[in-house]
Ligand binder design. Structure first.
Ligand code: SF4
Length: 389
């Protein structure tokens, strides 16, 4: 990346807003495809983890309020009711209630009304439910512990406890699935009348049993054409049901886009707490140690727990911002980009903009650049040309 060729045209405006992400590193059982850091749930380890997270927060001198708070993992819903209550009560004493959104990830069949009631009491106003599929054989292939009926039951209980802003995650291109079974899953999600849905193609991350089985030719991946047809079918079905794509893999009714995740795609600051959590805070990108014991040990000594630190240059920040912004259907807003990074995106990315616009894969006006609809399915191959100018 050459710093000499491009010069900023303005000074970036400091961003004093903040999101906080908390990584719960426990699961009831490891899913076959999962590369997130998580270990089997153990009540004593969970108590020690939550004390460490609260102490880690104290290492930062935050000025409340924060904008969004997101508790994910791992499986937050594997915590006991008293553990989630302890965490939320102590956490909010330090951060205050987030001004925009407070999300907790939930696994079907792991929660009950008592758990949801605690979430509600402490101001959680959004749930993200890891449904993944409505077909028992696909859930079993993925190594999920729930059945399709658990998804219905979890959504029903959440609604009875007062939750309206509910998102479901689904995975397509699961070996053994077909375009037909995928469409059925999407339609079942819509029938639940949820306002948000995320649809991701199954990825084969190294260090997962799924990846090893692929390498050993024990499983055959869904072919690329079918994968693409599944993605495009999801867009069509969801759009006609009123869930608009606001990011390549995320669909929502008006007013229900996930504000926490939008802040990632806007490349705004966030603080990640817990083992393996990443942060983009005070000009540094950091990642905490992906090991619970070592994480707790560092925090007990009042030391930062990260084992990766990077201070990106102004040009690197601009490129990262473009790559993230282009994932959104709204794309890059020129004035916002200049104010945030100091660079003019039309100048910085003149070459890839011209190239992809000529291919019909990118649209732009004087004020905005965004991926054209046919580009969404192949976005990653386009975005890499914005990652390094
Ligand atoms: S429940 Fe989620 S975090 Fe836990 S192993 Fe499965 S996919 Fe990974």
């Amino acid at each position: 990346m050459s710093e000499k060729r491009f010069q900023p045209i303005a000074s970036p405006t400091p961003d004093n807003t903040l999101s906080v992400y908390i990584h719960v590193p426990f699961c009831a059982r490891k899913c076959r495809y999962c590369s997130f850091y998580s270990i089997p749930y153990n009540p004593d380890a969970a108590d020690a983890w939550s004390r460490a997270v609260l102490r880690e927060l104290d290492l930062y001198t935050l000025q409340p309020p924060i904008q969004t708070l997101y508790i994910g993992g791992g499986s937050p819903s594997v915590l006991s009711v008293s553990q989630i209550e302890f965490l939320l009560s102590r956490l909010l004493e330090k951060t205050g209630r987030p001004t925009e959104e407070f999300t907790v990830e939930i696994n079907p069949a792991q929660t009950d009304a008592a758990f949801f009631t605690v979430l509600k009491t402490y101001g959680v106003n959004r749930l993200s439910i890891g449904a993944q599929s409505f077909h028992p054989e696909e859930l079993s292939f993925l190594g999920r512990l729930h059945q399709p009926e658990d998804i219905f039951h979890t959504v029903k209980t959440a609604r009875q406890c007062g939750f309206e802003n509910i998102g479901l995650d689904l995975i397509f291109a699961v070996p053994g699935s077909s375009l037909k079974t995928w469409k059925q899953s999407v339609r079942k999600a819509i029938a639940l009348d949820i306002p948000h849905l995320s649809a991701y193609s199954l990825t084969y991350e190294s260090d997962t049993p799924l990846f090893r089985d692929l390498k050993d030719e024990k499983i055959a991946p869904v072919d690329e054409d079918t994968d693409r047809q599944m993605y495009e079918a999801a867009i069509d079905i969801l759009e006609s049901a009123g869930l608009e794509p606001y990011e390549i893999s995320n669909f929502a009714r008006a007013g229900f886009a996930c504000r926490h995740n939008l802040r990632y795609w806007d490349n705004r600051p966030w603080l990640g707490l817990g083992p393996s959590a990443a942060s983009w805070f005070r000009g540094q990108r950091t990642r905490n140690i992906a090991d619970l014991e070592r994480y707790i040990e560092s925090i007990r000594k009042n030391q930062w727990a990260f084992d990766e630190v990077q201070v990106p240059s102004a040009l690197e920040i601009a490129c990262e911002t473009a790559v993230l912004n282009l994932r959104k259907s709204a794309g890059v807003n020129r004035q916002q980009f200049i104010s945030q990074t100091g660079f003019d995106p039309m100048e910085l990315f003149a070459e890839p903009i011209r190239h992809y616009a000529a291919l019909g894969l990118l649209e732009y006006t004087a004020e905005c650049v965004r991926l054209a609809r046919p580009a969404w399915a192949v976005a990653d191959s386009i975005l890499c040309d914005f990652a390094d100018v």
